[in-house]
Design a protein around this ligand. Structure first.
Ligand SMILES: C[S@@+](CC[C@H](N)C(=O)[O-])C[C@H]1O[C@@H](n2cnc3c(N)ncnc32)[C@H](O)[C@@H]1O
Length: 298
C-alpha cells in the first residue's frame, strides 16, 4: 500500500499478518487495533527509524515466539495467501458438520476464525504452551482441546468424526485420519508443500539437493492407500517479502524446522551478510508452497 495512505482492515488482521489471511501486501504499520478492526498506514523504509544490525538482532531475540500469531512481523515481513481461502472454506464445512476434529491446532488461531462449530468439536495439539493457548481460545467457543503427542493413535474411536481438518501439520498420519473418519466423512486441509521458503533456508545452508519432501502427488498416493478418495487438490506458490533481519531471526526462532537448532550465535556472520544485502538491494524475497487437499473416506 502507498506510503501515507490509511485504510481500515478487519479485526482479524490484527493478529493474522503472516500466519493466516493477509489480504494486503507491502509495508504498513498498525495505527489502532480493536474489536471492529484496525487502521493501518503505509510506510516506506525511509519513514522508519533506521535500526542497526545489533538493534535488530536484540529486538528479535527478545520477541515472544509462542503461539502461531505472526503479528510481531507487521511492517517487517509479509506473506501472500493462497487463493482458495482456507479459513473461510473450513468455516463452511464446520457449519455443516456434526462432529469435527482439527489436528495440530497450535493456539487454535485459524480454527477460531470459524463462526460456528458442530455440537461435538475437538482439536488436538502437542506442544504444552500451545495446548494452554488453544484451550483458552477455543473452550469458550465450545471446542475441546486434547493434548496429544502427535503420534498414532489419535485418541478417538473409529468413525468418530465426519470432518477432520488440519492446516500446516508438521506430520500427516493418513491411516489415523481415515480411521477416525466416518464413511463419507471429509478430510479438509492446507499442507505446506515441497521446498517451501527454500530461498531463505538455502541462504543459510547452501543448495539443498535430493528428493523434496511434501510433494502433493506423494500425499495423494498415501491418502488413497489409507482408504480416502481425493475430491480436490490445488497448489500455490506464494510470495514472502522480508524487509529486515529482525524478521528473519524471528521466523527462524519460531518456525523451528526451517533451520533446526538455529541460534543467532551460530549464524551471526551469515545474518550480517543478509542484513547488508537487504540494506543494499532491498527486501529478501522467498516463496512458500502450499496445497489444499480435500478427500472423502470411502
Ligand atoms: C505449523 S503448526 C500449524 C498450526 C495451525 N494448524 C496453523 O496452521 O496455524 C503445526 C504444529 O507445529 C508445532 N510447533 C510449532 N512450533 C513448535 C515448536 N517451537 N516446538 C515444537 N512444536 C512446535 C505445533 O505444536 C503445531 O501442532
Amino acid at each position: 500500500m502507498p506510503a501515507g495512505e490509511e485504510k481500515q482492515v478487519p479485526a482479524r488482521a490484527c493478529s493474522l499478518i503472516l500466519g493466516h489471511s493477509q489480504p494486503f501486501g507491502g509495508l504498513f504499520t498498525f495505527r489502532s487495533c480493536g474489536r471492529f478492526g484496525a487502521r493501518i498506514v503505509g510506510v516506506t523504509r525511509e519513514d522508519r527509524e533506521v535500526e542497526s544490525f545489533e538493534e535488530l538482532i536484540a529486538l528479535s531475540e527478545g520477541a515472544d515466539i509462542s503461539g502461531w500469531d505472526f503479528s510481531w512481523l507487521a511492517g517487517r515481513a509479509t506473506e501472500e495467501r493462497p487463493p482458495w481461502g482456507y479459513a473461510a472454506r473450513l468455516a463452511e464445512r464446520l457449519a455443516a458438520a456434526q462432529a469435527s476434529l482439527d489436528i495440530q491446532t497450535e493456539g487454535g488461531e485459524v480454527l477460531a476464525e470459524a463462526h460456528s462449530f458442530p455440537l461435538t468439536a475437538v482439536a488436538t495439539e502437542s506442544w504444552p504452551p500451545n495446548v494452554l493457548a488453544a484451550t483458552s481460545r477455543l473452550h469458550p467457543r465450545g471446542v475441546v482441546v486434547v493434548a496429544d503427542p502427535d503420534e498414532p493413535p489419535l485418541p478417538f474411536a473409529e468413525a468418530a468424526f465426519d470432518l477432520v481438518s488440519s492446516r500446516h501439520p508438521a506430520t500427516v498420519w493418513w491411516d489415523e485420519i481415515a480411521r477416525v473418519l466416518r464413511p463419507g466423512g471429509i478430510y479438509f486441509a492446507q499442507h505446506v508443500g515441497p521446498r517451501s521458503a527454500f530461498e531463505l533456508i538455502e541462504f543459510f545452508l547452501g543448495p539443498q539437493t535430493g528428493a523434496a519432501a511434501r510433494d502433493p502427488r506423494d500425499e495423494v498416493t498415501a491418502a488413497q492407500a489409507a482408504g480416502l478418495e481425493i475430491i480436490d487438490v490445488q497448489t500455490a506458490r506464494t510470495r514472502m517479502v522480508i524487509h529486515d533481519v529482525a524478521a528473519v531471526v524471528y521466523l527462524l526462532r519460531k518456525v523451528v524446522w526451517w533451520l533446526p537448532g538455529f541460534t543467532v550465535e551460530q549464524y551471526r556472520s551469515r545474518l550480517r551478510e543478509l542484513h547488508d544485502r537487504i540494506e543494499r538491494d532491498g527486501p529478501f524475497i522467498a516463496h512458500s508452497t502450499r496445497h489444499l487437499i480435500e478427500a472423502r473416506r470411502r
